[in-house]
Design a binder for this molecule. Structure first.
Ligand SMILES: [Zn+2]
Length: 234
């Protein structure tokens, strides 16, 4: 049995009274739709009091759901640097396999590619694909650029970092974001050179920028400007 209630702050709430249900729960679905499910023996006003109690949590959850909805849907044929996305339906379980050319995502029966769950499996698979690609591209590029410019570093790690493209530790260990694989080569090179320059200057002083600009062939400003349009997200 379902009914609706128009909440002052939260808008329309769907109330679902269910046999077999043992406690009151609130869920926020796609698009921020709020549903309260409660046992048959609980009064409607008790269920609504529960909503009141949880109002703050509901608003935060709804904001997250709405933001998640704004992420573009990824569909079959999506291309990363070296892989094309293929989707297999009606699999026994969700999963993925990365081959040389394809990333093949399997979705359990009943899970559509455009559903929140389908998109989540795809995003996870693509993140692992970017990680694989970064492992192939970034260490070799870093080694080449370090040798070319006579710079030294102590190891390198590829991580799922979203707050920055890369970093350089006090002992010159370099960290790079796997999202670098969303950038064209010249921008990846600039990020690698940026971190390599930190092995010489541990700051963003004028000397640091002079060195980086020289190693970028005088293009640091132009490359940085382009980099601003890229995001560490899928
Ligand atoms: Zn820096």
């Amino acid at each position: 049995m379902a009914s609706e209630y128009n909440h002052k702050q939260l808008g329309v709430i769907r109330l679902q009274r269910r046999a077999g249900c043992r406690r009151i729960s609130v869920s926020v679905g796609r698009g921020g739709r709020i549903t309260v499910t409660y046992p048959w023996y609980v009064l409607r006003r008790t269920a609504l009091a529960f909503v009141e109690q949880k109002a703050e949590w509901i608003m935060a959850a709804r904001k997250r759901a709405q933001q998640a909805d704004q992420k573009p849907h990824i569909s079959e044929g999506y291309r990363t640097r070296n892989h094309t996305l293929r989707v297999v339906y009606n699999a026994t379980k969700n999963g993925w396999k990365i081959s040389e050319e394809f990333v093949v995502v399997s979705l359990k029966s009943g899970i559509e590619v455009d559903s929140a769950q389908g998109q989540e499996v795809i995003r996870t698979a693509l993140i692992e694909t970017l990680r694989d690609e970064a492992q192939t591209v970034v260490p070799a590029m870093t080694e080449r650029l370090a040798q070319q410019h006579g710079l030294r570093y102590n190891g390198l790690t590829i991580k799922n970092i979203r707050s920055k493209w890369g970093s350089c530790s006090a002992v010159n260990h370099l960290n790079f974001s796997l999202y670098l694989m969303l950038l064209p080569d010249d921008l990846v090179e600039m990020v690698v050179l940026h971190e390599l320059c930190h092995t010489v200057h541990k700051n963003h002083s004028a000397e640091f920028h002079a060195l980086l600009d020289r190693l970028c062939g005088g293009r640091e400003k132009a490359l940085s400007k382009r980099l601003r349009y890229y995001r560490t997200t899928l």
